[in-house]
Design a protein around this ligand. Structure first.
Ligand code: FES
Length: 570
C-alpha cells in the first residue's frame, strides 16, 4: 500500500534519513515501512476544561491504532474553551481550523483521529479535515455527568441563565446562587444540556463522521474508551480504503445532519458550523435547506434547554441512535457513515428505554421543531429562530423596538428604571455580527430588564446579528444578515420603530416606509464604531470573514487544498 508518509520516510537518501532519524526515539525500523501514520489531533488543554480529559481518551485511540498496525502520533492543536476565551471562541474557530489543516498537511501523516468536545472544537476539526481531505474520524469527548443542587439536577449553561434571572427577580438569594456554582460541573466532559457541544457531537455522528453509537457517551463512561479504541482501529482501515471526507460526505449526509438537529432540539450554532463544513467540501448548503429539511421534523428529545433532562439521561434512555430510529423515514438512506456503511443501517438495533426522555414519533414533544428561517426588510439575507426554545405566544408579534448599539450599551442601560420598555417591546442588539464584534459572540439572548422580571415577564422578542448560546432559550431572532456592521438594515432601526415578526410565515420586517428608511443614516456607533483591528488574526478575520448565512468562514478558506505538499523542507 502506497502511503503519503512514504514521501517522507521511504528511500535511503539524505532527506529520508533526516525524517526517520529524528522520529526514531526508540521505535523499530518497522514503524516507517508500510504502516499508516495516524495523527491524533488533540484539543486537550487545561484552559479548555471540557476537553482536559482527552489525553486519556487519546491513549485508548493509540491502543487501537497500534492494534490495527498503524503508528499513532499525538498532535496537540489549537483548543478553544468556550467559557474562557475572549472576546468569543467563535473569533478563533477559523484560526483553529486553519492551523489544524496546515499542520496535518505539513506533517508525515496518512490519516487522523479528531478529538474534540467543547463547542468550537469539533467544528474546527471537521473544517480542517474537510479541507486537507485526509482519512478522518471524530472521537467526541462526551458530556459530563449530571450535577445536583438542593436535590435538583443542574443543566450547564441553561441553569446559569435561569438561576441568575431568579436572583435578579428576587426569588433566589445571592448566597444560594454562589453555592450552586460548585455543584454544576460534576465530572470530566462537556456541557450536559443540548447545547452546542452536545449538538455538534450528535450532528457530527448523523453527518457520518463518528463511529455510530459513540456520540453522547458520557466522558467518564468506560464505553467511551472502548469507542475511542475502535475509532483508532478504524482510522488505520480508513487509510487502507482511502476513505477521505470528499469520498463519502455528500448533500445526503448534510440532509441527515439537519434532520438530527431538529429531532434533538439542537443548538442554533450548528447552522453556522454545518454551513462552514459544507463550504469546505464544496457542497451547496444554504440556510433555506435548514428550513426546508428540518422545519417539520418533530422534537423528540426532552433535554434542556427545550425540555427537562440532561445528556446522561439521553444515553441511559437509548441514546442518539434510538432517536434517529424514530425519524428513520426522514433520513436519506444513501448517506454513508465513516465506517463505509449507510448510516441508517446502524439504527436496526436501537431501542428506546425511557419515553419521558425520547418521545415517540406519534407523541412528540413538539410536532415541528426545526430551525425556521426568516426574511424581510429587517433581514434581507435571512435570520434564524428556534421555535422549540421560544414562547408560542410571541411567534407572531408586533412591537416597538428598544435599540442597543452594543453589548456594553445594553449592560449600561438594561436595568435603568427609566428605560421605556414593556412586555410588548422588541429588544434589538446590534454590532454583534462576525465583523462588528468581531467574532459573532453568543450575546443575542439578552437578559430581560429587572423591572419586567419583577412583574413576572419571562420572555420578550429579541433580535440580534450575533449568536445565542445553545444552552439558552427564549424568543430570540439570531444571525440577522447582513449584520449592522456590514451595512444591514439593522443599523437603521431606531427606538420606537414598529417591528413585525411572523415566524409561521417566515417574516421579519421593519414597518418603516421604504423612502424614510432610505433617507436614514446608518447608526455610526454600530457601523463605524468598532475599531478596525490593525494587526494579527483579528485584522485577517475582519477583512475576510463571510456573513452568518455562509457559515462565517473566511472567504479564502472556503473549499479544499487537499493534502499534497510539493516542496521538501531541506
Ligand atoms: Fe465547553 Fe459548554 S463550555 S461545552
Amino acid at each position: 500500500m502506497a502511503l503519503r508518509s512514504d514521501e517522507w520516510y521511504a528511500g535511503n537518501d539524505r532527506n529520508a534519513y533526516i525524517h526517520r532519524a529524528w522520529m526514531r526515539r526508540g521505535v523499530p525500523d518497522s514503524a516507517f515501512t508500510g504502516r499508516p501514520q495516524i495523527a491524533i489531533a488533540n484539543t486537550a488543554s487545561d484552559l479548555t476544561p471540557c476537553n482536559s480529559h482527552l489525553t486519556e481518551v487519546a491513549q485508548s485511540v493509540k491502543n487501537g491504532i497500534y492494534e490495527a498496525g498503524g503508528i499513532p502520533l499525538e498532535l496537540p492543536v489549537v483548543s478553544l474553551g468556550e467559557t474562557n476565551v475572549r472576546p468569543t471562541a467563535m473569533l478563533w474557530r477559523n484560526m483553529a481550523a486553519m492551523a489544524t489543516e496546515e499542520m496535518l498537511r505539513a506533517n508525515p501523516v496518512d490519516g487522523v483521529v479528531l478529538l474534540g468536545g467543547c463547542d468550537k472544537t469539533i467544528p474546527s476539526l471537521l473544517m480542517a479535515a474537510a479541507s486537507v481531505d485526509l482519512p478522518a474520524v471524530v472521537v467526541p469527548g462526551g458530556p459530563m455527568l449530571t450535577g445536583h443542587f438542593r436535590n435538583e439536577a443542574l443543566g450547564c449553561g441553561t441553569d446559569v441563565w435561569r438561576l441568575s434571572e431568579e436572583v435578579r427577580a428576587g426569588t433566589l438569594s445571592q448566597e444560594a446562587f454562589t453555592r450552586s456554582e460548585s455543584c454544576m460541573i460534576r465530572s470530566a466532559g462537556h456541557c450536559n444540556t443540548m447545547g452546542t457541544a452536545s449538538t455538534m457531537a450528535l450532528v457530527a455522528e448523523a453527518l457520518g463522521t463518528i463511529v455510530p453509537g459513540l456520540a453522547g457517551t458520557p466522558a467518564p463512561d468506560a464505553r467511551l474508551a472502548v469507542g475511542a479504541h475502535e475509532s483508532g482501529r478504524l482510522a488505520v482501515d480508513l487509510v487502507a480504503q482511502d476513505r477521505r471526507p470528499s469520498t463519502f460526505l455528500t448533500a445526503a449526509n448534510f440532509h441527515n445532519a439537519i434532520v438530527a438537529l431538529a429531532a434533538i432540539g439542537g443548538s442554533t450554532n450548528a447552522v453556522v458550523h454545518l454551513l462552514a463544513i459544507a463550504g469546505r467540501l464544496g457542497i451547496d448548503l444554504t440556510i433555506d435547506d435548514f428550513d426546508r429539511i428540518g422545519k417539520d421534523v418533530p422534537l423528540l428529545v426532552n433535554l434542556q434547554p427545550a425540555g427537562t433532562h440532561l445528556m446522561d439521561d439521553l444515553y441511559r434512555a437509548g441514546g442518539f441512535l434510538a432517536v434517529m430510529r424514530e425519524v428513520r423515514d426522514l433520513l436519506d438512506p444513501s448517506a454513508l457513515s465513516v465506517d463505509g456503511r449507510p448510516f441508517v443501517d446502524h439504527l436496526d438495533e436501537a431501542e428506546v428505554w425511557d419515553r419521558d426522555v425520547i418521545s415517540s414519533r406519534e407523541a412528540p414533544l413538539q410536532p415541528a421543531a426545526g430551525i425556521s428561517v426568516l426574511r424581510g426588510s429587517l433581514a434581507p439575507g435571512g435570520a434564524i429562530v428556534k421555535p422549540a426554545a421560544a414562547s408560542p405566544h410571541l411567534l407572531r408579534h408586533r412591537g416597538q423596538a428598544v435599540v442597543f448599539d452594543s453589548i456594553e450599551d445594553f449592560h449600561a442601560r438594561i436595568d435603568d428604571p427609566d428605560l421605556e420598555i414593556d412586555e410588548n417591546s422588541v429588544m434589538i442588539l446590534r454590532g454583534c455580527g462576525p465583523k462588528g464584534y468581531p467574532g459573532m459572540p453568543e450575546v443575542s439572548n439578552m437578559p430581560l430588564p429587572k423591572k419586567l422580571l419583577e412583574q413576572g415577564v419571562r420572555d420578550l422578542v429579541r433580535i440580534c446579528d450575533g449568536r445565542m448560546s445553545g444552552t439558552a432559550y427564549g424568543t430570540v431572532i439570531l444571525h440577522v444578515t447582513p449584520e449592522a456592521a456590514a451595512g444591514g438594515p439593522l443599523a437603521l432601526v431606531q427606538t420606537g420603530d414598529w417591528i413585525d415578526l411572523d415566524v409561521p410565515a417566515g417574516r421579519l420586517d421593519l414597518d418603516i416606509p421604504a423612502e424614510e428608511l432610505a433617507a436614514r443614516q446608518p447608526n455610526r456607533a454600530t457601523v463605524e464604531g468598532f475599531a478596525a483591528p490593525e494587526r494579527g488574526w483579528e485584522k485577517i478575520y475582519v477583512e475576510h470573514v463571510l456573513q452568518a448565512d455562509q457559515g462565517a468562514d473566511l472567504d479564502f478558506l472556503v473549499g479544499s487544498s487537499g493534502a499534497a505538499v510539493h516542496r521538501e523542507s531541506h
